[in-house]
Design a protein around this ligand. Sequence first.
Ligand code: FEO
Length: 394
Amino acid sequence: MEVRELAKGIYWVGIRDWNRRLFDGLIPLPYGTTYNAYLVQGKDATALIDSTNPGFEGELRSNIEEILPIKDIDYLVMNHAEPDHANAIPFLLENAPEAKLVLTQQGAKIAGALYHPQADRVMTVKEGDVLDLGGKRLRFIEAPFLHWPETMFTYAEEDKMLFPCDFTGAHTAAGDFAREIPDYEWIAKKYFGEIMMPFAKNGRNAIEKIDKLEIEMICPSHGPMHDDPKWILGLYRNWTAGRTVRKVVVAYISMWGSTEALVKSATSAMLSEGIDVRVYNLAESDVASLAGDLVDADGIVLGAPTVLGQLHPLGLYAAAVVKAFKPPARFGVLLSSYGWGGGAAKQATEILGQTKIQLIGALDINGRPSDADLQKAAELGKLMAGNVKERPEA
Ligand code: FEO
């Protein structure tokens, strides 16, 4: 078993799930992920921070028992109730019969519905409360909606270690520390786009709180840890601020090439203006990469034809992703085509109209695009480029 002592009396006892390939039934995980759990041993008591995903209870137990018998755990700190970190709560409460489950008031409600702990096993905490394990004091920091309502961070005061659960995490089973993974920033950016981007404001609030702490190590609950906290917090500062660059994400789907021809014309025009354009053919692209590029793109071009009187289902999917993930892009362009009756443009406009993105142009053509249509698409590309160029270069 792999157990790591991160500081005297603080251990990583997590699980590396190299085999997982999908999260939330939506997000591809090419490198798997981890479910990090941390054991903190004080002179008087021991706490386990977070637990594990369904199916890994036995492995978690083995890891814990490299340090101490599982029955000797005194506290289970639940930073977040989602099953990938909390599903082992019933197993742990059963196997550590004296242990108390430590969580926020909101956490108690959600854990009550998901894991049904007995009331006398639950200990609620609030912002600033401290649990003294004997030479190891754990301070709790409420960080709601990062990304569920009950989320909190735990700070080990003496060791200056922060345990923020999903926040600053990444989906990869590789490495102990982020600096060991050359493409870590892109992996983390995709993760941020999928999980944290819709809650950017809450992320900024949390950073403001943790800026007041002295932090030597950040130990999230997915992916490697951070022994250079300033670096990851710097990235999160930019991402949560919604700082965009001269970048446009083009997400499109085409059936017989008409929409694709419009997309190519607009893309070529943007490229010729020096814009960083990232093109995603929705028939083949993964949503994690799309989300990663949406973290700092200033423009979005959605291309999709009408099928059966509606926006093509993959166009609908992309529009729904943009609406749900709330990227900071300021400008949008729609490109669509139809055979005998439209519908795509209207539907896409309705969905994107519910976002903060300003639709600066749309083109909906019948049949194959003429040279004039392609010219119009290029003009929309140039219009997008002109707007995006207000931003500094990436
Ligand atoms: Fe990794 Fe929101 O659980």
